[in-house]
Design a protein around this ligand. Sequence first.
Ligand code: FES
Length: 134
Amino acid sequence: MSEWKVICRVEDIPVLGARRVARPAGVAVAVFRNSQDQVFALLDRCPHKGGPLSQGIVFGTSVACPLHNWAIGLDDGCAKSPDEGCVPTFAVKVENGAVHLDAGELATRAIDLLRPVAGPKVLSPIPLPLAGED
Ligand code: FES
């Protein structure tokens, strides 16, 4: 049984935009609002290279990732063809204008998926003999 947690009001989410919901563990959840005032929630991590979907542009029932413009379905979290891959979705309930997310999902879903770190790979130091050692 779901334990619903009030997140915000629908009007707190910009039309064709998003808000982020931080979690104790894992990547934040992005809560989107489209032009029809439908509300969707996805992990804020593009299935391509981990871009922040909450900073993308909402159109219809999709969001365009701000990094490489993949279109991700807000209803199923999946990339539109020809791209491939899906991001975890979260259940949303809107009641009397209040947006609710499932507390259990917020605490546990996809907490192992971290955001990729940009930049060159960090190398581990190789132990080298010190001067005077054989
Ligand atoms: S990271 Fe989203 S399209 Fe590349």
